[in-house]
Design a protein around this ligand. Structure first.
Ligand SMILES: NC(=O)c1ccc[n+]([C@@H]2O[C@H](COP(=O)([O-])OP(=O)(O)OC[C@H]3O[C@@H](n4cnc5c(N)ncnc54)[C@H](O)[C@@H]3O)[C@@H](O)[C@H]2O)c1
Length: 255
């Protein structure tokens, strides 16, 4: 029996690590070829995709750079011929109170976390429109709904991702393209580990435990908790779901 994503091409930004790497592995297991767009080497993700029997294409790409994203689109066209699934996952989250944040810090976060999605959508939507189908997933965050101190740039960028999701879902629905967002809680990834504990929290394990305790399901979220949702939302079965933000966060956000 054909797999759900048989011969689809998925472009995943930030797939060298953490959540993006888990998405790459799962969509490869579902039958998709994977383009990994990242600023760091992605040997482990390539290995996981190939172990699943699919093709992995790594493109070194700073997703905040218009030129780099144009080059990514050209590479994808040359290597794969198309992009069926776009996952805007690359992101940074630097813990900084407002008074510690420079305008450059603010712009860098907005640029990598939000401008990037404008650039990738601009690059890949025309092809999706021509083919009359496509799936776009934007990574948001539960912090947009709960608030969190030390992350004003980050939360503003994730609010922007949710706004972009709603706007593009409306614009692209008539073309057979769905656009949805996913809002995780604090998830154990290399990026989260590197973030460092918040003021008043002595180590990362205490930070993870405190985050988990606020969830309806009080255990630490891991990337594997997110892959089923991304597999479903990018499948044919989810063709009538668009403009949504899915709360895959152990019930941290209820309602
Ligand atoms: N981990 C969490 O607690 C959490 C919670 C909610 C949302 N998210 C979101 O999930 C996404 C993935 O986060 P993660 O925890 O897996 O992080 P991570 O740091 O483990 O992985 C992020 C990846 O993005 C890449 N990246 C960073 N800047 C880039 C750039 N300019 N161009 C291309 N690639 C770039 C990194 O190299 C890395 O491979 C992010 O958008 C993040 O905001 C994470």
């Amino acid at each position: 029996m054909a797999k759900s994503h048989h011969d689809k091409v998925a472009v995943i930004t930030g797939a060298a690590s953490g959540i993006g790497q888990a998405y790459a592995q799962r969509l490869a297991e579902d039958g998709a070829d994977i383009v990994i767009a990242d600023v760091q080497p992605a040997d482990e993700t390539v290995r996981l995709v190939e172990t699943a029997g699919r093709r992995a294409v790594f493109v070194h790409c700073d997703v905040a750079s218009p030129d780099a994203v144009s080059a990514l689109a050209a590479d994808v066209e040359k290597a794969c011929g198309r992009c069926d699934i776009l996952i805007n996952n690359a992101g940074i989250f630097k813990l900084q109170l407002l008074e510690e944040m420079t305008f450059e810090d603010w712009r860098r976060t907005l640029s990598i976390n939000l401008d990037s999605a404008f650039l990738t959508c601009s690059a890949f939507v025309p092809g999706m429109k021509r083919r009359g189908c496509g799936r776009i997933i934007n990574m948001a965050s539960s912090t947009f709904f709960t608030g969190a101190s030390g992350f004003s740039h980050y939360i503003a960028s994730k609010g922007g991702m949710i706004g972009l999701t709603r706007a593009l879902a409306t614009e692209l629905g008539p073309h057979g393209i769905t656009v949805n967002a996913i809002a995780p809680a604090f998830t154990r990834t290399p990026g989260a580990m590197a973030r460092g504990p918040r003021p008043g929290e002595t180590d990362m394990e205490k930070s993870f435990a405190a985050a988990a305790a606020r969830q309806a399901i009080p255990r630490v979220q891991v990337p594997a908790d997110l892959v089923g949702t991304v597999s479903f939302l990018t499948s044919d079965d989810a063709a009538f779901i668009t403009g949504q933000t899915l709360h895959v966060n152990g019930g941290l956000v209820r309602g």
